[in-house]
Design a binder for this molecule. Structure first.
Ligand code: CAA
Length: 257
């Protein structure tokens, strides 16, 4: 891997992926996104990993898709390369992914953070979709996910002007989970990931899938999906263990079976 660093056990059962093109502010070129896709697939299949933290560095989570790589392309080149198809793996990942964001999260960088399940941001984080300023528009979910998180008026303003919002503003509007001092954002993401990693992986997987369904569908269909997944948790040993431990007043041990 040239443009990302993967640590399988950054904390017990928690993996870390760090975007690693610091000079280019982690601009998301095709190779980086291919590496990210492969790493996520591997970690999702790895039984020793229960949650994933995705980060950049203090100055930039990512400043967007690589403009230099795209600048000379035609529409047909873009259609043929179909660069956003590698992004599908992020959405397909069944384990929880927490974005730990500091500095710039712009364009594809903002979209990448929003594709994760939760976002912990440092107080220096800035979120924005500045594509409009270079004559294009968001292409990896920005117009959809920002609008769902912030509402139409705020999202429209950000997408049509390219203005950034601060971490504090992002928190106020529910785009992110919380803001920490810059020294603590990664640790806070590990803390959240570790908390989740101690729970039943079966229940976590089904619950993540169900919350995502609410985001993507109508209420009736979402409720139906949630109910099925709830019943399905009763096929796991973790359900028996979790409920028995409660009754027996002891701490449960979850195995993912
Ligand atoms: N693509 C390629 N290179 C980038 C980049 C990007 N998105 N963002 C930054 N860089 C490069 C710069 O070209 C520069 O490289 P050189 O030193 O070789 O010139 C290096 O990273 C450092 O950047 P700056 O010197 O510009 O740093 P700054 O602190 O002055 O400004 C910034 C920081 C405001 C983030 C500015 O770099 C910037 O505006 N970047 C582009 C942001 C943007 O428009 N993102 C959207 C991209 S399109 C997209 O993402 C489409 C989509 O929907 C997926």
């Amino acid at each position: 891997m040239e443009f990302i660093k993967v640590t399988e056990q950054a904390r017990p059962q928690v993996a870390l992926i760090q975007l690693n093109r610091p000079k280019e502010l982690n601009a998301l070129n095709l190779q980086l996104m291919g590496e990210l896709r492969d790493a996520l697939k591997e970690l999702d299949d790895n039984e020793n990993v229960r949650a994933i933290v995705l980060t950049g560095n203090d100055r930039a989570f990512a400043a967007g898709a690589d403009i230099k790589q795209m600048a000379g392309k035609t529409a047909i080149d873009m259609l043929n390369i179909d660069q956003f198809s590698t992004w599908d793996q992020i959405k397909k990942t069944k384990k929880p992914i927490i974005a730990a964001v500091s500095g710039f999260a712009l364009g594809g960088g903002c979209e990448l953070a929003m594709t994760c399940d939760m976002i912990i941001a440092s107080e220096t984080a800035q979120f924005g979709q500045p594509e409009i300023k270079i004559g294009v528009m968001p292409g990896a979910g920005g117009t959809q996910r920002l609008t769902r998180a912030l509402g139409k008026a705020k999202a429209m303003e950000m997408v049509l002007t390219g203005k950034f919002i601060s971490a504090q503003e992002a928190e106020k509007h529910g785009l992110i989970n919380r803001v920490t001092p810059v020294e603590l954002y990664l640790e806070e993401a590990f803390k959240l990931a570790t908390e989740i990693a101690q729970l039943s992986p079966v229940a976590v997987k089904l619950a993540k899938e169900s919350v995502n369904r609410s985001y993507e569908t109508h209420l009736d269909e979402g409720l139906h999906f949630e109910r099925k997944n709830f019943y399905l948790t009763f096929a796991s040993e973790d359900q028996t263990e979790g409920m028995n431990a409660f009754v027996e007043k002891r701490k449960p041990t979850f195995t993912g079976r």
